[in-house]
Every structure is written in structure tokens, then in C-alpha cells.
Design a protein. Structure first.
Length: 258
């Protein structure tokens, strides 16, 4: 079937929010925000630890608790989350502060062990045992993976959008009846509308409920309301969402009489 419906700015914009596209668009945006936040957080933490290693105050800290289960022994084959007790310079009050210990394969850790650490003079509850900062590439692994998944989701969103536009351009005008109106968390400014087609050859044999988005700007929508839709092979669109104004003859705005 040849293209019947010209593209407009509204169509191109609405295509990003179609039912088959919106989940991938949403995931892409969420993952981009998460990746940026992780990069900023990891970079800030890495820079802070690097500064403390190079400029912090050296003190001795006594192991108080090991792990979130408050154990008294641990194996340093993996990173450990521990509480140390130490007294900062120019203070008589001991501090108990938690942080991660880097891996030291083959070594064990017990309560009362003494570790040589550096603390932040301006924030003495922050300490690190490292003598050099962790490789920045290793610190950024999680944000980079998050960004890679965001790119993949973005590519899928583009592919799905292209499919939605192709379906829209060749979709047939049909009449339908609304059977359900729901609110979708993915579309806060639209309604997820379930419809059944009215003009099918055998209504009794085709009572499938097909979902499409109905934007709030198109007006109120309620069950049993008749609406005009555009039906493709695998997709259905609410005509009003695309600024279309179907007539009783089935012609649509943008269609040329045959």
C-alpha cells in the first residue's frame, strides 16, 4: 500500500509517545539521567578520596565492626564495609565511622586490628585506607554500562518509532467504541484507551480489545463513546491524537480523494 497520509510536525512529535515506542523512550530517558547522576556521584567520590589520600591527616584506626551484620572477623578477598574507631587530631572524643576497605586477597581482618588510614580534616568522619586512588575506569564501569544500555534502548525507540510512523501513514480509518479507559504511569498526560472495532465483517468473531493512547488535550473520553481510529496491520491510533478529523465517509484530513 502506498503512503496516504503526509507527515507533519505533530505526527513526528506524537510518534515518540506511541504505545509501542513510549516504554523504550521512557527507559532511555531514565537511564540517561541515572548514568549522568552516577558519573557525577562517582567522579565526586573519586576526587574526594584522591584528595584525602594526598592531603588527609594520617591516623591509626581500630577495627570496631566488620560488615553490615556487625561481625567480628572478615576475609579481605572481597571489599569489606567496616567501622573504625579513632581519635582525630586536636580532639579528645573518639569517632566511630564506616567506610569500605579495598580488597587485599589472602588477608583476614579481626576486631581490634589497627589500620593506618587518612581522614579528611574538614570532615573527620570520612576515612580511607587506600594509599592511591582506585583506577578511574574501574570506578566508572557502572555509569558506562548504564549509558550503553541507554544507547541500546534509544536505538530500539528509534526503530519502534519508525515502525509506528510507517503504520500511521498507511493505516485505514475505522470506527470504534471505547470499552475501557485507564491511566498509565508511562503516559501521565494521556489515557490508555481500550477499543473494539465497529465496522468488522463479523463483529461476533472479532471482539478484540485494542489499546491506544488518547491525549488529554483531545478532550474527555469515557466507555461506550464512539471514536475514530486509524488501524494498521499491528497498530492502532486514536485519530484525534494526530489532529485528524474523520468524517462519516471515512476520509481523513490529509487524505486525498481517490
Amino acid at each position: 500500500m502506498t503512503d496516504r497520509r503526509p507527515m507533519t510536525a505533530l505526527v513526528r512529535r506524537r510518534a515518540w509517545g506511541e504505545l509501542c515506542v513510549r516504554p523504550w523512550t521512557f527507559l532511555t530517558l531514565v537511564l540517561i539521567v541515572a548514568a549522568v547522576a552516577l558519573v557525577a556521584t562517582r567522579w565526586g567520590d573519586w576526587r574526594h578520596e584522591k584528595w584525602v589520600i594526598e592531603n588527609g591527616t594520617p591516623v591509626n584506626g581500630e577495627v570496631f565492626y566488620i560488615g553490615r551484620s556487625l561481625g567480628r572477623e572478615g576475609n579481605r578477598d572481597e571489599a569489606l564495609y567496616v567501622a573504625l574507631r579513632y581519635t582525630p587530631p586536636n580532639s579528645t572524643t573518639p569517632l566511630e565511622a564506616w567506610n569500605d576497605l579495598p580488597r587485599q586477597p589472602g588477608k583476614k581482618l579481626s576486631a581490634k586490628d589497627v589500620l593506618h588510614i587518612h581522614i579528611d580534616p574538614a570532615k573527620p568522619e570520612y576515612w580511607t585506607e587506600r594509599t592511591e586512588p582506585a583506577p578511574l575506569a574501574l570506578v566508572m564501569v557502572t555509569p558506562l554500562l548504564c549509558g550503553a544500555v541507554a544507547v541500546l534502548c534509544g536505538i530500539l525507540a528509534i526503530i519502534k518509532r519508525a515502525g509506528a510512523i510507517r503504520a500511521y501513514k498507511t493505516a485505514e480509518p475505522r470506527r470504534a467504541t471505547v470499552v475501557s479507559v485507564r491511566q498509565s504511569p508511562l503516559a501521565p498526560f494521556s489515557k490508555l484507551v481500550g477499543v473494539t472495532l465497529d465496522d468488522v465483517p463479523d463483529v461476533a468473531s472479532d471482539r478484540r480489545v485494542r489499546d491506544c493512547y488518547w491525549p488529554n488535550t483531545a478532550g474527555p473520553i469515557h466507555p461506550k463513546q464512539p471514536i475514530e481510529v486509524l488501524v494498521g496491520k499491528r497498530r492502532i491510533f486514536a485519530a484525534a491524537a494526530y489532529g485528524q478529523s474523520p468524517t462519516m465517509s471515512g476520509d481523513l484530513l490529509g487524505n486525498k480523494p481517490e
